[in-house]
Design a protein around this ligand. Structure first.
Ligand SMILES: O=P(O)(O)OP(=O)(O)OP(=O)(O)OC[C@H]1O[C@@H](n2cnc3c(O)ncnc32)[C@H](O)[C@@H]1O
Ligand SMILES: [Mg+2]
Length: 209
């Protein structure tokens, strides 16, 4: 059986403000006090893994060790069927850092355009199916860890639509809907997203719900 969270304090090992907001909302019903890696001034570790799980574990372990409290990390990304699963683990890297977006900012519109460009090169009848993956890793300062994985399937849609959410949300239309994640109110995204799927597994295992 995996180790369980005993205390109320949990370090959220992310430097992505959009993720932090979603994770805070998803954990709100469980009385967890969330501290953020950014607010504690922890460095952003280099993501050298080749799977979501490796990177999530690497981020959670580094944060738990540095702060000496349990840490939760999220490694996620978008995989496009016609591109053989790319950008996948490298989703964040496809958006280059831009000085005008601030020190941690990335140019998401350029990244979304890069994917669209490759799909267009593949032809007008190209398969636009894609999926978001999210791997959550919990790590304790003593070295224990556990991971939970979630997914949501959908279609890569162009041009980008909507202003909510973050990252690639404006191009992702979840299966069974005709609006993008960026057009859905946060409560609705939280019902169906890859992050929500991974959190449902974490909550069942950790809090017994
Ligand atoms: O590593 P941390 O500090 O958590 O933040 P990050 O932005 O670098 O996060 P990842 O390494 O996990 O990269 C995943 C990228 O995938 C994209 N992504 C993940 N979940 C998403 C979601 O729910 N909606 C839109 N884009 C998402 C987003 O662009 C992320 O930057
Ligand atoms: Mg990252």
């Amino acid at each position: 059986m995996s180790r369980r969270l005993e205390g109320k304090r949990l370090l959220i090992a992310t430097h992505n403000a959009g993720k932090l907001k979603e994770i805070g909302a998803l954990l709100a019903p469980y009385g967890i006090e969330c501290l953020s890696a950014g607010a504690l001034g922890l460095p952003e570790p280099e993501e050298t893994g080749i799977t979501f799980a490796e990177n999530a574990l690497l981020k959670a372990r580094a944060a738990a060790k540095a702060a000496q409290i349990p840490a939760l990390a999220d490694d996620s990304g978008l995989s496009v069927t016609a591109l053989g699963g790319r950008p996948g683990v490298y989703t964040a890297d496809w958006a280059e850092r831009q000085w005008f977006e601030g020190p941690l900012g990335r140019d998401w519109y350029m990244a979304m355009g890069k994917v669209e460009g490759l799909l267009c090169e593949a032809g007008t009848e190209v398969d636009r199916s894609c999926w978001f993956s999210c791997v959550l890793a919990l790590a304790w300062p003593e070295g224990d860890s556990v991971v939970y994985e979630g997914r949501v399937h959908g279609t890569y849609s162009w041009p980008p639509r909507g202003t909510m959410g973050f990252g690639y949300d404006p191009v992702f239309v979840p299966q069974g809907r005709d609006v993008t994640f960026a057009e859905l109110p946060p409560e609705e995204k939280h019902r169906i997203s890859h992050r929500a799927d991974a959190f449902a597994k974490l909550v069942a295992d950790q809090f017994g719900h």
